[in-house]
Design a protein around this ligand. Structure first.
Ligand code: NAD
Length: 426
């Protein structure tokens, strides 16, 4: 079922806290570190006015939550969506801390955005909203302090506006040193070749590695994808290239299925002029949204929003593997049902970490004044992700825990070590 805005954000913070405490118990986390990691460092709320096309002024509210920076500058996306609020940003920021730590990056975790439905605004209005939001955040973001990236309903254009606005507030001599204030920029404006596909590629790679460890390939496997945006579309492309078949796809507008297979490129071309909507695609039939997750297949890929797989629909899932392209798509009750059924979940902090790894490469590229080639980027991404995947897999086997708990244990242990080595100031 396509969850309502309320359902999507409901309980996300409770979810992430419960996951954290469960892992802290399992790994006997130092109690002082548990206290520190159980809170968010900063919660920034800004209100700012923007002139609309009609000449009227609207006031918007923007958020940036910085969870923890023990391992390096805060890092995380900005989303434009009606579900954005402090609690949602707190949950997503905490997930980012675990994700960057698990990937072995020198970053902490943050998240934020604006509570709007961007479909209600013109391009010019979105540009002014973005630029004014950046200005309102001021020095709460910065290339060595907090580095935003794209997320739901934001893209490389949004990042280009943020970078330009932030750089414009600097002295001319310092401007170019601030380009890495955001990642996910267009290639022509300091972006990284391949950053656009990095998250989807990572989701695909973890699915491929999981099958390989069972002696299987993706040839002939069937998969369904919720969300056909940046992540959903790219993962579908890579899966298809490797011989897997997309048999159903759902977005905010429609739910489509075709057991013979949906051509990913044709669907993408159909959605492009329709602001990304898959509705009306002739190569598949429309079906009831409620039945989407019940379609029997080899891999379910939720790549839209949080809290999509819950106690209400987890029992219907008929697939051995769920690969979490989205952040927090499975709530804890849903997860318990899936684990009971013997379904493996590759957790978001591993599954979709290709995005933040790609962002790290972009940041390094800007910082060092370098330009990396696409093949070089994809190779580095593959190497890094495989290394992380194998570490988590080893932990699953050694500790006999589920994949999420294993990934959390590795991520939290790295931060615990940093705190213990450094001590607490003063
Ligand atoms: P996007 O805005 O490009 O696409 C979002 C997709 O979800 C669209 O197809 C939209 O129609 C669909 N959608 C929205 N509401 C829906 C609903 N109620 N039911 C079904 N579909 C719905 O966003 P994206 O960048 O692809 O991000 C998708 C998810 O992946 C988010 O959870 C995001 O946090 C996560 N993620 C993204 C990146 C990245 O690099 N873009 C990295 C890591 C994680």
């Amino acid at each position: 079922m396509i969850a309502t805005a309320e359902q999507q954000k409901k309980g996300m913070y409770e979810n992430v806290m419960e996951q954290f405490h469960k892992t802290a118990d399992t790994m006997h986390l130092n109690p002082n570190i548990r206290k520190i990691l159980g809170i968010t460092n900063n919660e920034i709320i800004v209100h700012f006015p923007v002139k609309m096309d009609s000449g009227k002024v609207e006031v918007f509210t923007g958020y940036r939550v910085q969870h923890n920076n023990a391992l390096g500058p805060y890092k995380g996306g900005l989303r434009y969506h009606p579900t954005v609020d402090v609690d949602a940003a707190k949950a997503l920021a905490m997930w980012m801390t675990w994700k960057t730590s698990l990937a072995g990056l020198p970053y902490g975790g943050a998240k934020g955005g604006i509570q709007i439905d961007p479909r209600n605004y013109s391009m010019g209005e979105l540009e002014r909203i973005t630029r004014r939001f950046t200005y309102a955040l001021g020095e709460n973001i910065g290339p060595e302090h907090d580095i935003p990236a794209p997320d739901v309903n934001t893209n490389e254009q949004t990042m280009a506006w943020i970078a330009d606005t932030y750089m414009s507030t600097k002295n001319p001599s310092e401007r170019s040193q601030n380009q890495h204030v955001v990642t996910g920029k267009p290639v022509g404006s300091g972006g990284l070749e391949g950053r656009d596909r990095a998250t989807g590629y990572g989701v695909y790679l973890t699915i491929k590695l999981w099958h390989e460890s069972k002696g299987e390939t993706l040839k002939g496997k069937t998969f369904i994808v919720q969300g056909f945006g940046n992540v959903g579309h790219w993962v579908s492309r890579f899966m298809e290239q490797d011989g897997a078949k997309l048999i159903a796809v759902q977005d905010a507008h429609a739910t489509l299925f075709n057991l013979e297979g949906i051509d990913v490129n044709d669907l993408f071309e159909h959605s492009k002029p329709r602001k990304g909507s898959i509705k009306g695609f002739e190569g598949a039939k429309e079906m009831e949204p409620e039945d989407f997750f019940a379609i029997p297949c080899d891999v379910v890929i939720p790549a839209a929003l949080g809290n999509q797989i819950t106690a209400a629909n987890a029992h219907k899932i008929n697939a051995p593997l769920i690969a979490e392209g989205a952040n927090g798509p499975t709530d804890n009750e849903g997860e318990a049902i899936l684990l009971e059924k013997g379904i493996t979940i590759i957790p978001d902090i591993l599954c979709n970490s290709g995005g933040v790894i790609g962002s790290y490469f972009e940041w390094l590229q800007n910082r060092n004044g370098e330009l990396w080639q696409l093949d070089e980027v994809m190779l580095k991404l593959q190497k890094k992700l495989t290394e992380v995947f194998l570490k988590v897999e080893k932990m699953v086997d050694e500790k006999d825990v589920d994949w999420r708990t294993a990934a959390y244990m590795l991520a939290i242990a790295r931060i615990e070590t940093a705190y213990i080595q450094r001590g607490i100031f003063p």
